[in-house]
Design a protein around this ligand. Structure first.
Ligand code: TEU
Ligand code: CA
Length: 533
C-alpha cells in the first residue's frame, strides 16, 4: 500500500502560518515551531505552498530561483531542518512545483530577452501585428491579456497568469532537462514529492487564435494535451528513482482527462485536484456566483468517486474561499464545520486539509479593496472598472471570490495578533479571532479542532475508512449518505446539509454524531453528521 493512500495531507500557506521573527510574514522556523500541532492532528505529510526565491507578484507562484529559499521565509538550513524535524515526527514534506511559468525575474527569462542567448527559446515569444495587435486573441486566468511586450527583445511573451509569470516553452527540450534537475535537487534533500501547479496546461500546441469565449479564450490550445502527457511521463522517470509522490493541480479537468493523468497504468501523476465540486456555486467561472446547490455537489462527488479508483479530496486551499460559509452555514458554524470535516475524512481518497480549516476559520472581514493583496483580485477589479461596473458591485463580486479569503493569518490564540506575529501582519487578521482560535478550541472538548483530531484517529483505527470501497446511498436535496465497505466491515455516513431536520434511511450502531445522542433513529438534526457501524 502506498503511504499516500493512508495519509492525511496538510497544506501550509507559509506566509500566513506562523511568523517567528516579528516581521509579520510567516516563515519556515515558524512552521518548525508548529510541527507538534500537525502531529497532534495526525497528518502524514505537509504540502508547502512555494517557499522559493520570488518577487511575490503572486506570492511565490512566480519563482525567480528554484534552488533558493526566499529570504523572508528563512534559509536553506531552515528548510533542511524542517524536513528533518518533520521526518522525526513521521511527517513527510511535499513541495509546490511551479513549472508552467517562472517569474520574469528568473535569469532564464532575463537572458531570454537576448535572441542570441542559449535561453532565447525558453519562453513563448511572438511578434504582434503591424498595427499593434497582440500575437493572438487568448485571454489569461487573471482577467488580463496574456501577452506582454518586451521592449528589449521587441517581441511579446506569453503569460497565462500575471504579467510577471512568463510561460515556459516545453517545445524546447532543454526546459524539461532543467526541470528534471530541479526535481533531483529537492528529492536529494529528502522531500517526498510535489504538488504540481497547473500541470495540465504545460504544453501549448500552437499559438493560433481561437473561437472567442466568455473567459479563457485559447484554452483548447493547451488544456490537457498529448504533449503534456509526454512531459509527465518523462518526469515520472526521475520521480520513480526516489519513489516520490505527485498530485497535479488540474484546472477544468474532467474524470476522463483525470484518468489519463493519474490512472495507475499511465506512469504520470498519482492523483489530481479536480475543480468540478468547487464549481457547484458558480456559472462557468468563479466571478459569477450562484446559490450553492447541495444535490449538485453530492452528485459531483459521487461521479468522481465512481470514475476514479483513487483521487485527492479537498474542500479548501489557498485559491478558494473558506468552506463553512460556502458549503456549510454561518448560523451553524460549529455543526457544519464538523459536518464538512466528516465528509472530507470519510470519503474514499487522500484528504487534503488546508491550514485553518481544522479550527473552522472563516472568510476575511475586509471591507475594501485596499485591504487585499491578491494580484488576481486587483486585476479583476481593473477589468470590472473597464466595464464601468460601480464600485459597490465590484467589491461584492471580489469579496465573495477573492483568494485572500483563505490567506488571512492562522488564528492560534485570541490575542490581537492571533499569536501569528509580534509585528504588523502582511495581511489583516480576521477580527473573529477572539472567538475562533486554536487555544480556545483546545480547551473545549466539543470544538471543531477536537472533532478533526478525533476523526483523524478514527480513520487510523479503521482500515475501512481509508481503504474501503465507496457505495453511494442517498443524494437528496438535504442529505448525502454513503457506505464504506471492506472485507465484511462496513461504516455508513449520513450528512444533513441543511438547517432543518431531515430523514435518512440509514441505520446502525452510532459511532459518532456532532450532536450529543445515544442512538440513531433516522432523524438528522440541522447540519448533523453521523457515522454508523
Ligand atoms: O492556480 C491555478 C488556477 O487556475 C486557479 O486556482 C487560479 O488561481 C484562480 O483561482 C483562477 O480564478 C495555481 C495556484 O494554486 C495559484 O495560487 C497560482 O496563482 C496559479 O496557479 C499560478 O501559478
Ligand atoms: Ca517572519
Amino acid at each position: 500500500m502506498e503511504w499516500w493512500k493512508d495519509a492525511i495531507i496538510y497544506q501550509i500557506y507559509p506566509r500566513s502560518f506562523q511568523d517567528s521573527n516579528g516581521d509579520g510574514i510567516g516563515d519556515i522556523p515558524g512552521i518548525i515551531s508548529r510541527l507538534d500541532h500537525l502531529q497532534e492532528l495526525g497528518v502524514g505529510a505537509v504540502w508547502l505552498s512555494p517557499v522559493y526565491k520570488s518577487p511575490n507578484a503572486d506570492n511565490g507562484y512566480d519563482i525567480s530561483d528554484y534552488r533558493e529559499i526566499n529570504p523572508e521565509y528563512g534559509t536553506m538550513e531552515d528548510m533542511e531542518q524542517l524536513i528533518a524535524e518533520a521526518k522525526s515526527r513521521g511527517i513527510r514534506v511535499i513541495m509546490d512545483l511551479v513549472i508552467n511559468h517562472t517569474s520574469t525575474d528568473h535569469y532564464w527569462f532575463r537572458s531570454s530577452r537576448d535572441r542570441t542567448s542559449p535561453y532565447a527559446d525558453y519562453y513563448y515569444w511572438a511578434r504582434g501585428g503591424a498595427n499593434g495587435e497582440l500575437p493572438n486573441n487568448w485571454t489569461g486566468f487573471f482577467g488580463e491579456d496574456c501577452w506582454e511586450f518586451d521592449p528589449e527583445r521587441c517581441e511579446y511573451y506569453l503569460h497565462l497568469f500575471a504579467r510577471s509569470q512568463a510561460d515556459l516553452n516545453y517545445h524546447n527540450p532543454a526546459v524539461l532537462e532543467e526541470v528534471k534537475d530541479i526535481l533531483r535537487f529537492w528529492l536529494e534533500k529528502g522531500v517526498a514529492g510535489f504538488r504540481c501547479d497547473v500541470i495540465n496546461l504545460l504544453w501549448k500546441d500552437s499559438l493560433e487564435s481561437s473561437k472567442k469565449r466568455l473567459a479563457l479564450t485559447g484554452l483548447e490550445h493547451y488544456l490537457s494535451l498529448e504533449g503534456t502527457h509526454g512531459i509527465l511521463r518523462q518526469l515520472r522517470e526521475v520521480l520513480d528513482e526516489y519513489n516520490a509522490f505527485t498530485v497535479g493541480e488540474t484546472v477544468f479537468v474532467t474524470p476522463e482527462m483525470a484518468r489519463d493523468l493519474c490512472g495507475r497504468d499511465r506512469g504520470e501523476l498519482d492523483m489530481v485536484f479536480s475543480f468540478q465540486h468547487m464549481e457547484c456555486d458558480q456559472y462557468f467561472i468563479k466571478w459569477f456566483k450562484r446559490k450553492f446547490r447541495p444535490q449538485v455537489f453530492f452528485d459531483c462527488l459521487v461521479k468522481w468517486q465512481k470514475e476514479l479508483d483513487w483521487n485527492a479530496v479537498y474542500l479548501e486551499n489557498h485559491d478558494q474561499p473558506r468552506s463553512i460559509p460556502r458549503f456549510g452555514s454561518k448560523a451553524y458554524w460549529k455543526e457544519s464545520g464538523k459536518l464538512l470535516a466528516t465528509l472530507l475524512l470519510t470519503v474514499r481518497g487522500t484528504p487534503f486539509l488546508y491550514q485553518g480549516q481544522e479550527i473552522g476559520m472563516m472568510d476575511f472581514d475586509f471591507t475594501r479593496l485596499r485591504q487585499l493583496n491578491d494580484v488576481e483580485s486587483k486585476n479583476v477589479d481593473k477589468v470590472l472598472r473597464r466595464y464601468h461596473i460601480p464600485r459597490k458591485l465590484r467589491w461584492k463580486i471580489i469579496a465573495r471570490s477573492s483568494r485572500d479569503n483563505a490567506r488571512t493569518p492562522f488564528q492560534w490564540d485570541g490575542g490581537p495578533k492571533a499569536g501569528f506575529t509580534g509585528g504588523r501582519p502582511w495581511l489583516g487578521i480576521n477580527s473573529n479571532c477572539a472567538e475562533i482560535n486554536l487555544a480556545a478550541q483546545e480547551e473545549d472538548p466539543d470544538s471543531i479542532w477536537n472533532w478533526y483530531k478525533d476523526l483523524s484517529a478514527l480513520r487510523r483505527e479503521h482500515t475501512v475508512l481509508r481503504q474501503g470501497s465507496f457505495v453511494p446511498l442517498e443524494t437528496g436535496r438535504q442529505v448525502f449518505a454513503y457506505r464504506r465497505e471492506l472485507a465484511g466491515e462496513s461504516m455508513t455516513v449520513a450528512l444533513n446539509f441543511s438547517g432543518q431536520n431531515a430523514q435518512t434511511a440509514c441505520r446502525g450502531t452510532l459511532v459518532r454524531s456532532n450532536y450529543p445522542r445515544n442512538g440513531f433513529d433516522g432523524t438528522l438534526r440541522p447540519w448533523e453528521a453521523v457515522i454508523l457501524a
